[in-house]
Design a protein around this ligand. Structure first.
Ligand code: KMH
Ligand code: ZN
Length: 272
């Protein structure tokens, strides 16, 4: 089976320090968290950044500073800035990190209700516009799908219209308003994949560990980290992103699946 790519989603846009004091938010904290996650086995860092008040921002300069710091500290993992940002951000705000020309960014492939009061909007026009810019800059999108219709959108735009040379999906299961985190929903998503595509699964909250268990033997890749879940076990807050990554690496060994190093992840994702 293909080696396992572990993505560490180290910060996100919604979680706050008051929820888990170990959440990294400053450029320095994010850089340390990325390096530690890589040492624990992560080969992709999904990155959101925060402003001076700890609020989500898509400011290109904060991304630049954070990514530079990560590289100075020796991070070799693929750094994947978010273009999703936070709900209610405009397209213009969200697209800023694309202009840093990273190897990879996230590309959200549809709209959903998001929690109790929010709607995360990704119209076909927005998806198309992001996808065209990424293709021009030769940046691999990770196709974020929170529901099955999002896979259909991704196929229409990225495969039909743009003939993307490699399609890599991230199935996010368990957001309130999105697809529930069950094995049946995961299998449905897998059944929609085009030939040659690769996929990651991200389980939200208490579903994170179950999704790891389902995904490793199914041949998918795995995302863990504070963006999706701040607990290590029931009622016990995680100490770090690295702690969550370490557990995946340990489980992968039990399943007999090797972990992909950053350059091996680049090969699997056809970045190099
Ligand atoms: N913060 C969510 C509203 C992404 O990074 O592309 C969107 C999100 C997806 O986190
Ligand atoms: Zn994200």
């Amino acid at each position: 089976m293909e080696k396992l790519i572990i993505t560490a989603a180290i910060c996100g846009a919604e979680v706050r320090k008051v929820d888990n004091k170990n959440l990294p938010i400053t450029p320095e904290e994010l850089a340390v968290a990325a390096l530690d996650a890589e040492k624990a086995g992560a080969s992709v860092i999904h990155l959101h950044v925060r402003d001076d008040k700890g609020l989500p921002t898509q400011d290109i300069e904060v991304f630049r500073e954070t990514i530079d710091l990560m590289k100075q500290k020796g991070v070799r993992a693929i750094i994947q800035p978010s273009t999703g940002g936070a709900v209610n951000m405009s397209y213009e705000e969200r697209q800023q990190p694309v202009e840093l020309k990273p190897e990879m960014v996230s590309l959200d492939c549809g709209s959903i209700n998001f929690g109790e009061n929010d709607v995360f909007i990704n119209t076909p026009e927005m998806i198309r516009s992001f996808a065209h810019r990424l293709t021009t800059l030769n940046i691999l999108p990770e196709l974020e799908c929170f529901d099955s219709g999002h896979v259909a959108n991704a196929l229409d735009i990225c495969r039909g219209e743009l003939s993307l040379k490699h399609m890599h999906f991230n199935f996010v299961l368990g957001v309130k308003g999105g697809m529930p985190a069950t094995i049946e929903h995961l299998l449905l998503m897998i059944s929609m994949l085009p030939p040659g595509a690769t996929w990651t699964a991200s389980g939200i909250g208490r579903h994170q560990l179950a999704m790891v268990y389902h995904t490793i033997p199914l041949g998918g890749h795995v995302r863990v980290g504070f963006e999706d879940n701040i607990y290590y076990s029931y009622g016990v807050l995680a100490e770090s992103n690295a702690q969550l990554v370490e557990r995946v690496a340990r489980l992968a060994k039990e399943f007999g699946r090797e972990i992909a190093a950053p350059d091996e992840a680049r090969k699997i994702l056809k970045i190099s």
